[in-house]
Design a protein around this ligand. Structure first.
Ligand code: NAP
Length: 255
């Protein structure tokens, strides 16, 4: 088979959680450009509709399906809506996430639960329900969005770091469990990207100075710079890769 042929994902059904903005939006647009039918999902209906409309305007296929990933019943409803519409799911990107910045002594149980439920528990719940269909299909691609902070420490985001370490290890465990069914489970661990999530940090001059020193490429990532890796992991090009954590960070984590 032509090697470029392996990157084609025409008519594959892909769910992108957190598709309303930032990295999720970029991946939704990218997968649609590569031919996938994309389900754009998050809490903000106007923004997921905007992303889906942009895909359709560009000649792609997309629907917007709202979800609050903290709500297990909401997840079930979102997946049921997708199954009614497309009848299957080939690619799942667990991307929805939050990153509140607080010192650990100021973090209360609600803060902890909020981060864990959004960033970690949701990926378990959505993957579990989607994997049932993928197991029947004997094929599927699950891509979890982790972070360099799943492996490096931050002194203002303890639950976030823990949730992303959990995502990386959940990726390995699910990869092992679901390999017999032809399901690839991989993780993308971004460094620092220019999205709403990092807006506050980007206003902090001393932090920016530190990042430019620490990142060998001397700049933050742009959202569309995650798309190539997402497409690789969503396509047949990555069929022999599972349980991997790929760092897309301009070299931030190498020293
Ligand atoms: N930007 C970075 O530098 C960076 C670095 C490492 C890892 N990451 C990871 O990359 C992913 C995307 O981050 P981003 O930078 O694109 O952040 P962002 O611009 O803040 O977008 C976050 C997305 O998650 C969605 N979301 C948040 N809570 C949700 C909930 N309860 N239910 C459903 N959707 C929810 C948001 O949509 P709604 O508000 O509409 O629900 C939004 O689409 C996250 O997992 C993040 O941890 C980002």
């Amino acid at each position: 088979m032509d090697c470029l042929e392996k990157f084609r994902i025409e008519d594959k059904v892909a769910i992108v959680t957190g598709g309303s903005k930032g990295l999720g939006r970029a991946m939704a647009l990218g997968l649609a450009q590569a031919g996938a039918k994309v389900v754009v999902s998050s809490r903000t209906i106007s923004l997921i509709e905007e992303t889906a409309d942009e895909i359709i305007k560009k000649g792609g296929k997309a629907i917007a399906v709202p979800v609050d990933v903290k709500n297990p019943q909401g997840i079930e409803l979102m997946v049921a809506t997708v199954m009614d519409h497309y009848g299957r799911v080939d690619i799942l990107i667990n991307n929805a996430g939050i990153a509140p910045m607080k010192k650990t002594i100021d973090i209360n149980i609600e803060d902890w639960n909020d981060v864990m439920n959004t960033n970690l528990k949701s990926a378990f719940l959505i993957s579990k329900i989607i994997a049932k269909g993928m197991i029947k299909q004997r094929k599927g691609k699950i891509i979890n969005i982790g972070s360099v902070l799943g492996n490096m420490a931050s002194n203002v985001a303890m639950p976030y770091c823990v949730s992303k370490a959990g995502i990386a290890h959940m990726t390995r465990v699910l990869a092992l469990e679901w390999a017999p069914f032809g399901i690839n489970v991989n993780c993308i661990a971004p460094g620092f990207f220019e999205t709403e999530m990092t807006a506050e940090q980007r206003e902090d001059e001393s932090h920016m100075k530190f990042l430019k020193y620490k990142i060998p490429f001397k700049r933050l990532g742009k959202p569309d710079e995650i798309v190539g890796t997402a497409l690789f992991l969503a396509s047949r090009a990555s069929d022999y890769m599972t349980g991997a954590v790929l760092y897309i960070d301009g070299g931030y984590s190498i020293w």
